[in-house]
Write a protein that binds this ligand. Structure first.
Ligand code: PPS
Length: 291
């Protein structure tokens, strides 16, 4: 097993699980009144749903010169996490077009986003989320990993992870979507047709893109290109902030990887819980696609 350095603990803040060493209660206290600008764009995800992918795509859309080339900045500098305090940033000194990513639940998001700014909610089918999260816990040495997938899956289904329950996250956001200027997207549709998704995003955020810019974003946003790109692959960031040990942040980037790890019993259990929790939620997710 990897060298475990200082293990982070989950802590609850207003009912939602955060991670010590990454999140700070005092900073979280300030978020409710975090000033939101008219042009702010915030991409919201449950963990392991394609956050970093969307972060890079938004960065390329608005700040391609800053995240490409020799002096490129990390995507986190151009499109930071709204809930992670970083000494380096004064968000009010950011350029007028601010971009954010967030894992926050709908009720902890800065209230101003209900009045101005835009929210893009990116969802991923929860079986692939669970598998990605399991590997992430092994990779990130400061997170407590589980002995095996079976015990991790229970933990995930109980919401005993950072981000709490996948079910609550998506249902709460989706059922309150009318409070926000809101676009709902899925990881799977990005995988199926990245170009169309980029066009959808650009229409939503009101950013006109030339065909060649869309081509550039599609090309740079592929899994392989991002995996080999130090600006987008999170390798250095994991080393600094999260004590990375083994594995990789951009791991497989596929739809349906859950089929390689779920047993029949795990799948039946998952489906039963999914059906119960999501029965009133009319949203069809994609569980596999042939690539
Ligand atoms: S985190 O830790 O919550 O911010 O993780 P997050 O970025 O939300 O999700 C990580 C998963 O997204 C995959 N990913 C991609 N898939 C396809 N194409 C591209 N370009 C891409 N970029 C990131 C990443 O590989 C993780 O999924 P898994 O299944 O583990 O590979």
């Amino acid at each position: 097993m990897a060298d475990k350095q200082e293990t982070s603990k989950l802590f609850k803040y207003k009912g939602f699980n955060f991670i010590s060493n990454v999140h700070d209660e005092k900073f979280l206290d300030t978020l409710e009144n975090f000033e939101i600008h008219e042009s702010d764009i915030c991409s919201v995800t449950y963990p392991k749903s394609g956050t970093v992918w969307m972060q890079y795509i938004l960065s390329l859309m608005f700040y391609s010169d800053e995240v490409t080339g020799e002096k490129a900045k990390m995507t986190t500098e151009v499109c930071p996490w709204i809930e992670v305090y970083t000494k380096k940033f004064d968000y009010n000194k950011f350029p007028s077009q601010r971009l954010f990513v967030s894992h926050l639940p709908w009720d902890l998001i800065p209230d101003g986003l209900r009045k101005r700014g835009k929210v893009i909610y990116l969802a991923r089918n929860p079986k692939d989320v669970a598998v990605s999260y399991y590997h992430f816990h092994k990779y990130i040495a400061c997170l407590e990993s589980e002995e095996n997938f079976d015990t991790f899956l229970d933990r995930f289904l109980e919401g005993n992870v950072f981000g709490s329950s996948w079910f609550d996250h998506i249902k709460d956001w989706y059922s309150h979507k009318d409070q926000f200027d809101f676009l709902f997207l899925t990881y799977e549709e990005m995988k199926k047709d990245l170009r169309s998704t980029i066009v959808k995003i650009s229409n939503f955020v009101g950013k006109k893109l030339e065909d060649k810019t869309i081509d550039m974003i599609v090309e740079k946003g592929t899994f392989k290109r991002m995996q080999n790109n130090p600006i987008a692959n999170y390798k250095s960031l994991c080393k600094i902030h999260l004590n990375s040990s083994e594995g990789t942040f951009l791991r497989k980037g596929t739809v349906g990887d859950w089929k390689n790890i779920f047993t029949v019993a795990q799948n039946e259990k998952f489906d039963a819980i999914y059906q119960k929790k999501m029965e009133d939620f009319g949203l069809d997710l994609v569980w596999e696609i042939s690539e």
